[in-house]
Design a protein around this ligand. Structure first.
Ligand code: BDR
Ligand code: CA
Length: 355
């Protein structure tokens, strides 16, 4: 039975290879329940409760669709944070994606408009002024809830019957504020499976990845929180490119939703083609969702990760101790490789469910 249970960083030494899959393959409490039920009992997949904290964003938009389409996941709500575009824009974008999906019932709570320190810096050169340029998505058919993101996250996590997996795919401002304001909720968070950072190169500066660079102080709080962290960084997402012919095939085989997604990917490709020469595009944020739905999709290793807060050239860098030279214990499972073909296959299948 596929296990959707949370995976905590192991206590193995830094650098020791570790995929999430072996841990995820170990029997969980749910598996024991199934065994106790006896032969002939065919359980449904028990979905993992998740919260998505995002800044849509082309790849955030696909991440939302993937979360909605995955029977392995139970999306309890979406929170938004200023990042790729200002807060009002990304909140509207999240609601438009839900309209496209026919899921206006999913609660959306708006969160932080600015990082913990300093003004918000957005990414119009990647996502356009609205944060979601390209094909026109339907207008929103629901409004954000009255509660702000921090209150909604706290209430939802506090009320959940089991620990919740939180998937942040934007700057970590909301999450840091949640941890600061509600430290008592930490045991109720199964883990953060976040898109951000890199062992190697940056994308907004030579050193830093965008989500961490926008709010390094928030990232520092998250990585030092003691809550299990899985870091899906550029090392992995840049290995999971969806090629032009693949998203064109998706558009050809699907309907309106598939064509809109292909249009979003075409827009997103322009930045990556300009900078990297790729005739295709990574869908960074969808990888974090896919890895929670399909443990083992990304190979991870336990490393000590620190956030550079001061460097004039390196502020926002995730400093990953791959050789264990600091002697510090691992505080994150860091993605190092991915089964790209499997990722693309499950993504195509997910998008097709909306047509
Ligand atoms: C991250 O930055 C944003 O532009 C994307 O949405 C993604 O979350 C990639 O560096
Ligand atoms: Ca994002």
């Amino acid at each position: 039975m596929p296990s959707c249970s949370a995976v905590r960083p192991s206590g193995t030494r830094p650098g020791a290879p570790r995929a999430d899959s072996p841990a995820a393959d170990r029997p969980t409490e749910r598996d024991h329940d199934v065994l106790a039920a006896g032969p002939g009992y065919h359980p449904r997949i028990v979905p993992t409760p998740i919260l998505l904290d995002c800044d849509p964003g082309h790849d955030d938009a696909v991440a939302i669709l993937l979360a909605l389409a995955s029977q392995e996941l139970d999306l309890l709500g979406i929170t938004t944070v200023g990042g790729n575009a200002p807060l009002e824009r990304v909140t509207d974008n999240a609601l438009r994606v839900l309209a496209l999906a026919g899921r206006p019932d999913v609660p959306v709570a708006a969160g932080a408009a600015h990082p913990l320190r300093g003004p918000l810096r957005t990414a119009p050169h990647v996502h356009g002024e609205s944060g979601l340029e390209g094909p026109a998505l339907p207008d929103r058919i629901a409004e954000p809830i009255d509660e702000d993101a921090i209150a909604f996250l706290a209430r939802t996590i506090g009320d959940a019957v089991e620990p919740v997996t939180v998937i942040p795919t934007g700057p970590l401002t909301n999450i840091a504020r949640l941890l600061d304001n509600h430290p008592d909720l930490k045991p109720r968070i199964a883990r953060f499976c976040l898109m951000g950072g890199a062992i190697g190169e940056g994308n907004i500066t030579p050193s830093a990845e965008f989500n961490i660079w926008v709010d390094p102080e928030a990232a520092d709080i998250v990585f030092r929180s003691g809550v299990p962290v899985t870091m899906i960084g550029l090392d992995v997402t840049h290995r999971s490119i969806v090629w032009e012919e693949e998203y064109r095939a998706l558009a050809a085989e699907g309907g309106t939703a598939a064509r809109l997604v292909a249009g979003l990917l075409e827009y997103f490709q322009a930045f990556h083609e300009r900078i990297y020469g790729w005739r295709g595009t990574p869908i960074h944020d969808a990888v974090a969702v896919a890895h929670v739905a399909h443990p083992g999709l990304v190979t991870t290793r336990p490393y000590a990760v620190a956030i550079e807060l001061d460097g004039a050239l390196t502020r926002g860098r995730t400093v990953v101790d791959v050789r264990g030279v600091t002697g510090l214990p691992p505080n994150a499972d860091v993605g190092v490789d991915i089964d790209r073909d499997r990722f693309v296959t499950l993504l195509r299948a997910a998008i097709r469910t909306f047509d």
